[in-house]
Design a protein. Structure first.
Length: 215
């Protein structure tokens, strides 16, 4: 609750003629203090009167979408400065039209075009909702280029594909136990078990793959 003042109302600096309110939060980086009068009414700025009108003025139709033509983040999302902070354009536009949303809620695109601002292409959802939508459309990293994430091409892999083939070939001779192979290759016995059952690195044993051979 901020103190009332008998002084004349401070008007929005954008020139709209409407009185401004008090700042709702402190931003030490910008030197802004909670409780101070704001320069602009919410939704207004020096560059443009109404932020929603400004956003739409910077968008153009493109293949059924409404694409933002202003500045972009390195991720490809549109960006705009509003109310003393930088916003993703599509998220700000969604809030202006549908009201506030929790901080942990995402504003997702049904069209999968990050600069799109068409309201019909935006929906609010959790991080899980966003991931499921991506997977349903086949856009998850392993779905787009699965060959890039298999076996030794995966950055987390510790065992080369050739070693997996060797492990399976040695185990097939019946001369080695899974424990002995695990000790020899410096991996867990459980991992060896998945290799010899072909439940891991299964692509190595597909019909198109070369049959394993013992060196």
């Amino acid at each position: 609750m901020f103190p009332e003042s008998s002084s004349p109302a401070v008007l929005c600096a954008c020139g709209c003629g409407l009185p401004v309110g008090y700042r709702k939060r402190t931003n030490t980086r910008l030197g802004l203090v909670k409780g101070q009068l704001t320069r602009f009414l919410d939704g207004h700025s020096s560059a443009h009167g109404n932020i929603e009108e400004y956003i739409l003025s910077r968008c153009v139709p493109d293949n059924g979408c409404l694409m933002w033509t202003g500045g972009l983040e390195w991720t490809g999302y549109g960006r705009v400065w509003h109310d003393d902070r930088r916003w993703k354009v599509h998220r700000l536009l969604y809030i202006l039209r549908h009201g506030p949303i929790p901080q942990h809620i995402f504003v997702c695109h049904t069209c999968d075009r990050r600069a799109c601002c068409l309201d019909a292409h935006l929906f609010a959802g959790t991080k899980t909702d966003n991931a499921r939508d991506m997977a349903a459309k086949g856009r998850a990293p392993g779905q787009i280029h699965p060959e890039r994430y298999r076996g030794e091409r995966n950055a987390m892999t510790k065992v080369a594909d050739s070693d997996v083939l060797t492990i399976c070939a040695l185990y097939a001779t019946g001369l080695y136990s899974q424990r002995e192979l695990a000790d020899q290759f410096g991996i867990g016995e459980t991992t060896v078990g998945r290799y010899v059952r072909h439940t891991e690195r299964a692509h190595l044993f597909a019909p198109s793959a070369a049959p394993p051979s013992c060196p």
